[in-house]
Write a new protein. Structure first.
Length: 216
């Protein structure tokens, strides 16, 4: 039997950060005179690539300068607020379950590499992952190519992998490499959006780990 491996998403999955994401978005759009949005507004509009999310919020296509200001403003606020953010409930338990089952684990995020390494280290998780993999280039893109490179670095075939994330983009990335997608209902999307993907949906990260193991 091939060794099984789970690739965790970070933001909104293992990291319980929806509240500060919303605050960071509101700080970034306030500079343009756009009023604060609610969590439901966020769920109504959020998509990837992230630039399209702002197009939806503004009701028009934003230009390159606006995108740069919005993206920079968001990340400046997010990195400040994230200093106090903790893991999703039972995240450590979920990782323990996989480890006890003999699964390998890695972390794939669309956040900048340096910041990702810092927060993972602050939370004492560095040794839990075979690879902590963030972005070295621009943020806001799609995950598929990043996941393909991630598995290449690990030397793992997609058919041996489960991917747990909280967005349809995580599902698309998993399908791109032939991995098994599992969605975590962490609050960033309305349930009907997740259900439309036609994949298992977990209400907790422990349940996500258990679903992965059950499908091996």
């Amino acid at each position: 039997m091939k060794r099984r491996h789970l690739v965790w998403d970070w933001n909104g999955t293992l990291l319980d950060d929806l509240e500060i994401v919303l605050e960071a978005v509101n700080r970034s759009i306030a500079a343009f005179g756009v009023g604060a949005i609610t969590a439901d507004d966020y769920r109504d509009h959020y998509t990837r690539p992230v630039r399209r999310f702002y197009d939806r919020l503004f009701g028009r296509v934003i230009d390159d300068e606006e995108w740069l200001r919005l993206n920079t403003g968001f990340h400046d606020a997010y990195f400040e607020l994230a200093l106090e953010v903790d893991l999703a409930p039972s995240a450590r338990e979920a990782m323990d379950i996989l480890e006890e089952a003999g699964w390998g684990q890695s972390l794939l995020s669309m956040s900048p590499q340096g910041w990702l390494e810092g927060i993972v280290g602050r939370l004492g998780l560095t040794e839990r992952f075979e690879l902590v993999d963030g972005l070295s280039g621009p943020t806001g893109g799609l995950k598929a190519a990043h996941l393909e490179e991630h598995l290449s670095l690990l030397g793992i075939e997609g058919e041996s992998v489960a991917v747990v994330g909280d967005t349809p983009d995580d599902v698309a990335a998993a399908r791109h490499v032939g991995a098994t997608p599992i969605l975590f209902h962490g609050g960033s999307h309305h349930m009907e959006i997740l259900e439309a993907e036609g994949v298992p949906i977990a209400e907790t990260v422990v349940e996500a780990a258990e679903i992965a193991i059950s499908q091996q």
